[in-house]
Ligand binder design. Structure first.
Ligand code: CP
Ligand code: NVA
Length: 307
């Protein structure tokens, strides 16, 4: 059975420690100009997208190439998925060609359906439920910035929609033991099962309404768009419902001294976060984007056995 990465909890804290240490090494090597590693030895990795993507698509393409593999990126509309080929068939077909399948789609159940019959790792490149590759890279970014200070003593604040990113942060708090305060408007809370399990595993996880309360004393403040890719038709309603859920300089001032601002991007400046915060020294958004590449290289190296 191949090891999958479908939810953040699919790796243990020890496995993350290994992946982060490899990511750090791969990042340092790349900065010295050593891009290529032989790990994949010419093997191919499929990258299937049922939703738009800039960062995930490019970072995984680069990651596979730099590991000595061949990235095969395709929009789902170019495959037989959209014509109803059974997942159980697709899973076995992909497994005959590829070393791993990275897939961005709507429902996690599609990834689970593929994983049931695939003999290669299935990697979640974002679903409506989770975005584990992003949060893995974000935790790696925070650890880098903490520079040896213990992550479990930190408080992370989440301001806004309790959607895929918030769910993955909940699982991250459960795995790593840091505090997590989420401020979500009524009706936009995270997945109840993920939330309950996270609170059960880590009593420092708290759901609240007030962004000011959530941010108080936090070392990292997170935001995401009001309307995710699967919620475009709710955009106008959400603009109203998320009133007051904006990360601005006034809100950042309530966080811990030296707090960072994080956003998975793409951002909508002036909505969930002001341009002033995005462009401030506290903002680490482009480090997060860069670290997608390093962390995903380490993840691929870990999940795909060497030749
Ligand atoms: N953060 C992220 O996943 O960006 P893309 O949608 O551009 O891949
Ligand atoms: N929550 C956002 C994240 C984008 C990377 C979305 O699903 O559109």
């Amino acid at each position: 059975m191949a090891k999958n990465y479908i939810t953040f909890r699919d790796l243990s804290i020890d496995e993350y420690a290994h992946v982060f240490s490899r990511a750090k090494k791969l990042k340092a090597e790349r900065l010295r100009g050593q891009y290529l590693r032989p790990h994949l030895g010419g093997r191919s990795v499929g990258l299937v997208f049922a939703k738009p993507s800039t960062r995930t698509r490019i970072s995984f393409n680069c990651a596979v190439s730099e590991l000595g593999g061949v990235p095969l990126a395709m929009n789902v509309s170019e495959t037989q998925f959209t014509r109803g080929e059974p997942l159980s068939h697709s899973a076995r077909v992909f497994s005959r060609y590829l070393s791993a399948l990275v897939i961005r789609t709507f429902n996690e159940s599609e990834l689970r359906g593929l994983a049931e019959r695939a003999t290669i790792p299935i990697i979640n490149a974002l679903t409506n439920e989770q975005h584990p590759c992003q949060v893995m890279s974000d935790v790696f970014t925070f650890v880098e910035i903490l520079d040896g200070r213990p992550l479990e003593n930190q408080l992370v604040a989440w301001v806004g929609d309790g959607h895929n990113m918030a769910n993955s942060w909940l699982e991250a708090a459960a795995v790593f033991g840091f505090g997590l305060h989420l401020a979500c408007p009524e009706g936009y809370e995270p997945d109840q099962t993920i939330l309950r399990k996270a609170i059960n595993d880590n009593p420092k996880v708290k759901l609240m309404r007030s962004p000011a309360e959530a941010v108080a004393g936090a070392g990292a403040v997170n935001a995401d768009v009001y309307a995710s890719m699967d919620q475009n038709e709710e955009y106008e309603k959400r603009l109203k419902d998320f009133k007051g859920y904006q990360v601005n300089s006034e809100l950042m001032a309530k966080a811990a001294p030296g707090a960072i601002f994080m956003h998975c991007l793409p951002a909508h400046p002036g909505e969930e976060v002001t341009d002033e915060v995005l462009e401030s020294p506290a903002s680490v958004i482009f480090d997060q984007a860069e670290n997608r590449l390093h962390a995903q290289k380490a993840l691929l190296e870990y999940l795909i056995p060497p030749l």
